[in-house]
Design a protein around this ligand. Structure first.
Ligand code: HEM
Length: 299
C-alpha cells in the first residue's frame, strides 16, 4: 500500500529540524560533477540498455550528505551515509539514473516502514522503533566513518534490478560503484578539524589535477537471494560483473541551477533494465513530491 508522499516529507522536515526552502527533503547538501561512462566488453551481455552497448555516455553525478540540512558540516558523522546519484544522458535524448549511498544496506525494506521510522525519529521515539525492527537497529549501529573525499568511497544502489540482454537472457543484480583509488577515511579528530565544506573543496582540487574513476559493478543474485529486501546484503562472495568505467572530469560550472533542477529517480530506466525490488517504484512519487516542492521555492 503506497504511502502519502507529503507525510514522508513532513516527517523528514520534523526529524531534521525544519525544511529549508529550495532544499531536498533529504541529501540536501550536494556537489554536482560531470563525467563520462564507457561500458566494459561484458556489459552488453548483461543488458541491452543503450549505455551498455557503446560509449562514451555523458553522465551528471551528484554527491551528497545524508540529512535534509543544507548547511551541515561535511565532517559531521550525521552526514553519513554519503550519496552518489548518476544521470546517464543517452543518445536518444532520454536519461537513466542510478541512486546509491555509501552503505551496502538500508534500514527498512518498504516506504511504509521508512515513513514509520522517520516519524519515530521526529517524535523522538526512535529507540522504540528500533527495538521492533532488528534490521534498522543493525543499520543504525553501523559505524559512520567520515570520508576524506567523496571520490575514494564505495557506493551501493541497494535495491535489486532485473537486466535483459539482446538474446532475452535475464540477470538480477545490485549496482555498486567502486573507487579506483580505494577508501580513504578520516579519524574523528581529523574530521573535527576540517572546514564545513571541505568535501567540495577537495573534489575541485582533485579534479583540477586529473580525472577520478569508479568501476560500475553488478553484484549478481543467486537463487534464494532476497531481491525485494534492501536490508539484507548478499554475501560478498557473489559474482560481480564489471559493467564499465565512470570517469569524473570536472565540477559542474552551474551548481545552483543544476542542484535545483536535477531529479534523480532510481526507476527511470531504459528497455533492458527493470526494478526487481518494489521499493524502486515506490520511491518515485516521494522523490517527485520533494522535487516539485523545492522547485517552487526560493532557495
Ligand atoms: C523508503 C525508501 C526511500 C525514500 C522514501 C527516500 C526518500 C528520498 C527523498 C524524498 C529524496 C529527495 C529527492 C529530491 O528532492 O530530489 C531522496 C534523495 C536521495 N536518496 Fe532516497 N529514499 C529512499 C531510499 C533510498 C535508498 C535505498 C538510497 C540509497 C541506495 C537512497 C539515496 C538517496 C540519495 C543519494 C538521494 C539524493 C539524490 C540527489 O542527489 O538528488 N534513498 N530520497
Amino acid at each position: 500500500q503506497p504511502v502519502d508522499p507529503q507525510a514522508t516529507l513532513d516527517a523528514l522536515d520534523q526529524a531534521f529540524g525544519g525544511h529549508q526552502p529550495g532544499a531536498r527533503a533529504v541529501h540536501a547538501k550536494g556537489l554536482v560533477v560531470e563525467g563520462t561512462f564507457v561500458p566494459s566488453p561484458d556489459a552488453a551481455g548483461v543488458s541491452r540498455a543503450p549505455h551498455f552497448q557503446a560509449g562514451p555516455t555523458p553522465v551528471t553525478i551528484r554527491f551528497s550528505n545524508f540529512t535534509g540540512v543544507p548547511t551541515q558540516a561535511d565532517g559531521d558523522a550525521m552526514a553519513s551515509p554519503r550519496g552518489m546519484a548518476l544521470k546517464f544522458h543517452l543518445a536518444d535524448g532520454t536519461d537513466t539514473d542510478i541512486v546509491a549511498h555509501s552503505v551496502d544496506g538500508f534500514p527498512v525494506a518498504t516506504t511504509a516502514d521508512f515513513l514509520a521510522m522517520v516519524q519515530a525519529a521526529a517524535a523522538r521515539t526512535l529507540p522504540t522503533f528500533l527495538a521492533g525492527h532488528p534490521a534498522a537497529r543493525a543499520f543504525e549501529a553501523l559505524p559512520k566513518p567520515v570520508p576524506a573525499s567523496y571520490a575514494p568511497l564505495g557506493y551501493f544502489a541497494v535495491n535489486a534490478f532485473r537486466f535483459a540482454n539482446a538474446q532475452g537472457q535475464v540477470t538480477t543484480g545490485r549496482y555498486r560503484l567502486m573507487p579506483e583509488a580505494g577508501q580513504a577515511l578520516l579519524t574523528p579528530a581529523e574530521a573535527a578539524d576540517r572546514a564545513a565544506d571541505y568535501l567540495t573543496a577537495e573534489m575541485a582540487r582533485r579534479l583540477a589535477q586529473g580525472p577520478a574513476r569508479f568501476r560500475l559493478m553488478l553484484q549478481v543474485a543467486e537463487t534464494g537471494d532476497r531481491v525485494d529486501d534492501a536490508t539484507v546484503a548478499w554475501p560478498e562472495a557473489r559474482r560481480q560483473v564489471d559493467l564499465g568505467t565512470l570517469t569524473l572530469t570536472g565540477i559542474a560550472s552551474d551548481q545552483d541551477f543544476q542542484q535545483r533542477t536535477l531529479l534523480f529517480l532510481p526507476g527511470r530506466l531504459p528497455a533492458g533494465i527493470e526494478p526487481a525490488d518494489p521499493m524502486v517504484d515506490a520511491r518515485t512519487p516521494i522523490y517527485g513530491a520533494s522535487f516539485r516542492r523545492r522547485l517552487g521555492e526560493d532557495g
